[in-house]
Write a protein that binds this ligand. Structure first.
Ligand SMILES: [Ca+2]
Length: 262
């Protein structure tokens, strides 16, 4: 292990911009420390990593959060082009957000009956502009039928096979109960996640939610459903879906999808 640390140290001196080398050196030093060995390089490594963490703390965009979730340097992560259109819900036509459509599974036929209303909200998003709002007014809870739900469904998005994706969005829940809002993308277990993923309550605060996972199947068109399942309010803004480009050496350790509320 000491030998490995010396090699990584030499490599880091030759290629200080290669953050993967630095990461490997840090891991080796940590392993040595855990084994009870002292390493004089640890102080230097800690200093470099502290600077990296400080830059991460100052960095608030989605790319920085991906780096944090993967536990890799920010410079090792690149996000692909945005795949969602009108994710900020600023464009509306006939009371519908452009590129999105209303999905109503609260008709009482097949699923439970419910009453949901939705539209643009211009008062709630502290960043200004418009957000999408879904209000559940009443739901029937017949145990013999699937739950009623309604919300916005995206246009189709083609996902590449064996590719890492980030879904990020800002949202707010008011007077909702647990399981009162969620996101669906596929019934296929090989897509980022299977079936409905219910969102944590935010109790009236705007929060940002991150889903980082791998899509395995061949290129297929997918629809994102962001829906409410209960009475109360569910507000949405700044939805993003992008590929995550990072060294496979860094991302191969990602075995299951990460869900994180910030
Ligand atoms: Ca907006």
């Amino acid at each position: 292990m000491s030998e490995a640390a010396r090699w990584y140290e030499q490599y880091n001196a030759l290629a200080p911009d290669d953050l993967l080398g630095l990461k490997r050196l840090s891991e080796t030093c940590t392993a040595l420390e855990q084994a009870g060995a002292e390493d004089e390089n640890r102080i230097v490594i800690d200093q470099i990593l502290t600077e990296e963490q400080e830059s991460l703390a100052l960095c608030a965009d989605d790319r920085c959060v991906v780096a944090e979730l993967l536990d890799v340097p920010v410079n090792a992560v690149t996000l692909g082009p945005e795949l969602i259109e009108n994710g900020g819900f600023e464009e509306w036509s006939n009371n519908q957000p452009v590129w999105w459509r209303w999905s109503d599974m609260a008709t009482g036929d097949i699923w439970n009956k419910g009453v949901f209303v939705a539209g643009q909200d211009v008062f709630s998003w502290t960043g200004g502009g418009k957000s999408a709002r879904i209000d559940g007014l009443w739901v029937r809870r017949d145990a013999n039928l699937p739950g009623s739900r309604a919300g916005y469904a995206s246009s189709g998005v083609a996902l590449l096979p064996d590719t890492l994706y980030l879904i990020a969005f800002s949202y707010r829940t008011d007077r909702l109960k647990e399981g009162g809002s969620g996101l669906w993308i596929a019934s296929d277990p090989d897509v980022l996640f299977q079936y409905e993923h219910y969102l944590p309550l935010t109790q009236g605060s705007w929060r940002r939610y991150y889903i980082l996972g791998r899509n395995l199947p061949d290129r297929e068109i997918r629809t994102l459903y962001l829906r409410s399942w209960a009475t109360g309010s569910f507000l949405l803004d700044d939805i993003s879906l992008r590929t995550v480009l990072a060294s496979s050496l860094l991302t191969d350790s990602l075995q299951s999808t990460i869900f994180s509320l910030k």
